[in-house]
Design a protein around this ligand. Structure first.
Ligand code: HEC
Length: 122
């Protein structure tokens, strides 16, 4: 009996590992772990933008350094920014297809819940 449980578990695991990751997971993986610095500390989990640092200058002014809100950036904006690295953003050596996968991920993850027919877990 025990063997049957182990065998079925083994089969279940090996079947699962043969699955190709979805385009969504691919985009998420690249957004969180591109070749280079992760996009998340600067643009937030869903591209909403994030404060990278805030500091007071010598003359007492408060300065805030913030990663842009990229939820509404077009694919063109995305390609340009990732290839060129505007401002403090680093330049990445990702292919256009990889950048497009990130773009699609940001679009998808920000869709209103009722339009979401897939089985994403949030
Ligand atoms: C060190 C922080 C940092 C990291 C890491 C970073 N960015 Fe940025 N990004 C910025 C800042 C700051 C801007 C705004 C630059 C400006 O306009 O001066 C920006 C701009 C952008 C824009 C342009 C927004 C627009 O409206 O045109 C896109 C798209 C973008 N980033 C995507 C990404 C992606 C995708 C990654 C990861 C592959 C990434 N960024 C990594 C800081 C960062």
């Amino acid at each position: 009996m025990r063997h049957i449980v182990f065998i079925s578990l083994f089969i279940a695991i090996s079947l699962h590992s043969e699955d190709f990751i979805s385009r969504f997971e691919y985009g998420q993986m690249l957004y969180e772990n591109p070749r280079g610095v992760s996009c998340v500390p600067c643009h937030g989990d869903r591209g909403e933008g994030k404060i990278i640092a805030s500091y007071i200058t010598d003359d007492g002014k408060q300065k805030i350094l913030k990663g842009a809100d990229i939820r509404f950036a077009t694919l063109e904006d995305m390609l340009k920014a990732v290839h060129n690295g505007p401002g403090v953003m680093p330049k990445y050596f990702l292919t256009n297809d990889e950048i497009e996968a990130i773009y699609e991920y940001i679009q998808k993850v920000n869709q209103p819940a009722d339009e979401n027919s897939t089985d994403m877990d949030w």
